[in-house]
Design a protein around this ligand. Structure first.
Ligand code: FAD
Ligand code: SF4
Ligand code: SF4
Length: 486
């Protein structure tokens, strides 16, 4: 790893840097826990830049006039501007620039798929023909947000005088939290209703602690509380109260629905109801939110398994597989009916899973879960596959090889095939339209078919990303604030 302190001295000695000088600065790698050690603990894998590493990395930015990186960011963070401040060591100014457009930089810096977004457009990466070599925008964003929090420099936004208007937010994920912040800023009384006992949505119960420490999410929620936002947890809208009751009886003037895509998809194969079969959602929620690994104290301790099979090849499958090691598994197989080239997971997530010992079994798919006499998983029966013609997704489609059934021993199976939207809210709210997939239908301002209701995030987009949910929340809050100002 290049010595950041030495490089920084050289950079300072040079004074003005040319484009050639900047291109010659080696990319600062992210310090990380050793794979063998981290696979057995819940601590964060990536350790974050030092101040020197951040300044050196920021000096790789060419300050391009056309700013292509900004076009790659769903909320248009002013990237060259914040990086220029990092290069000067002005970390507070840098984070303040990011916060003009992004509410959650410590989170987005960690979990955004940057290689497809901001970094995917970076001139430096394009010059090297690899988004991996782009300026590390996400790492810098994470660095300044962590620096602000760890140095007690967090400043809360100004709140406008009270308007007396009430806004209900349904769901405390990134979409709902963003709307809560922007509506509170406008002086409205904001209450967030959340089905779980903790706010944060997937950031709290889905994305594992070792990628996104929960204290960082909690910190953002605490800041919202300091801004006057009220949280009503253990409140399932559609059951505890309907949305209509909130609007009519509890006199909320407007509502935002950000209920996400939390309904797991299953394979619909025999044996899926055996003890030891989990959806990735349930498995991760038990580990993250209910601390199921704490066998002595958890109300519902996690199911103990030595050999875990995970079905699927997206980011959620990688999270579940990596979590399985941390919960005590000795062997973890990912079974996928296509090949490595078709895997939808981020390259970085695949690499991390592999480093930690996850075994990939390609061109294979379960057709049945096998059970013991007392109803526990004892294995999965799989078929082998070969690749055929490209399908609608553009990826070569898997074709089953007849007669290729074979059994794979395991004592737990996790299904990570994606999530759909929960129909509860649409079913219990007259006049709230959804499409065939259950996604709430909205216009360009996130307004739904119901006059007082806006929606955004995964419940509109289908399973997407934190930053896209935040972006929709921003648009919805602007529309709600405009509606309430009339
Ligand atoms: P959610 O985060 O799903 O929040 C919705 C909230 O609404 C939940 O807390 C839910 O309990 C609550 N709710 C639902 N129904 C009701 C109701 N009727 N009443 C009250 N409350 C209700 N994205 C990334 O950008 N990077 C990643 O690395 C990444 N990793 C992921 C890993 C996993 C395991 C999963 C599952 C997803 C991941 N995602 C990732 C996707 C990302 O987390 C989501 O796109 C994002 O959280 C969606 O935000 P949201 O606010 O729309 O919904
Ligand atoms: Fe990149 Fe995400 Fe930050 Fe935008 S919010 S600049 S996409 S890391
Ligand atoms: Fe800097 Fe890359 Fe953006 Fe250019 S595209 S301004 S090099 S981050």
């Amino acid at each position: 790893m290049a010595d950041a302190k030495e490089l920084l001295k050289e950079i300072k000695a040079k004074g003005e840097l040319t484009v050639k000088d900047r291109m010659a600065i080696p990319q600062m790698e992210m310090p990380a826990q050793d794979p063998k050690v981290r696979a057995r603990n819940m601590n964060e894998v990536a350790l974050g830049y030092t101040e020197e590493q951040a300044i050196v990395e920021a000096n790789r930015c060419l300050q391009c006039k056309n700013q292509p990186c900004i076009a790659g960011c769903p909320v248009a963070v002013q990237i060259p501007q914040f990086i220029a401040q990092v290069a000067k060591g002005e970390f507070k100014k840098a984070v303040d620039i990011i916060k003009e457009t992004s509410l959650l930089p410590a989170i987005c810096g960690r979990v955004c798929p940057q290689e497809k977004q901001c970094q995917g457009q970076c001139t430096v990466g394009k010059t090297y023909k690899s988004a991996e070599k782009a300026v590390s925008i996400g790492r810098l964003e994470r660095f300044v947000a962590d620096w602000e929090r760890e140095n007690n420099q967090v400043t809360l936004p100004q709140i406008a005088p009270k308007t007396g208007k009430k806004v209900a937010i349904i769901g405390a994920g990134p979409a709902g939290l963003t709307v809560a912040a922007d509506c509170a800023r406008a002086g409205h009384d904001v209450t967030v209703f959340e089905a779980f006992h903790k706010a944060g949505g997937v950031m709290m119960y889905g994305i594992p602690e070792f990628r996104l420490p929960k204290k960082i999410v909690q910190n953002e929620i605490d800041n919202l509380k300091k801004m006057g936002v009220t949280f009503e947890c253990n409140f399932l809208v559609g059951r505890t109260n309907t949305l209509e009751q909130l609007l009519e009886e509890k006199k909320f003037d407007a509502a935002f629905v950000g209920t996400g895509a939390g309904l797991p998809k299953f394979m619909n194969i025999p044996g899926e109801n055996l003890i030891g079969v989990f959806s990735a959602n349930e498995y991760l929620t038990r580990a993250n939110l209910m601390k199921g690994y704490d066998k002595e104290h958890a109300a519902t301790p996690i199911y103990e398994a030595k050999h875990v099979v995970v079905c699927g090849a997206g980011n959620v499958a990688m999270d579940a597989a990596r979590m399985a090691f941390r919960l005590g598994a000795e062997k973890v197989d990912i079974v996928y009916r296509r090949t490595r080239n078709e895997m939808p997971a981020r390259l970085e997530e695949i690499a991390h899973a592999e480093e930690e010992g996850v075994n990939f079994r390609f061109l294979e798919n379960p057709v049945e879960v096998l059970g013991t006499e007392d109803g526990h998983v004892r294995g999965v029966r799989c078929l082998s596959y070969e690749l055929g013609e490209p399908d609608a997704s553009g990826r070569r489609s898997p074709v089953a090889i007849s007669g290729s059934e074979h059994d794979l021993e395991c004592d737990a199976m996790i299904v990570a095939l994606g999530n759909g939207s929960n129909p509860l809210l649409v079913k219990t709210t007259p006049g709230l339209d959804a499409d065939k997939k259950g996604h709430i239908v909205v216009d360009e301002k996130q307004a739904t078919s119901h006059a007082k209701v806006w929606a955004g995030g995964d419940i509109v987009l289908g399973a997407a990303t934190v930053i896209l949910a935040m972006g929709e929340g921003r648009k919805a809050a602007a529309a709600i604030n405009e509606y309430l100002s009339k």
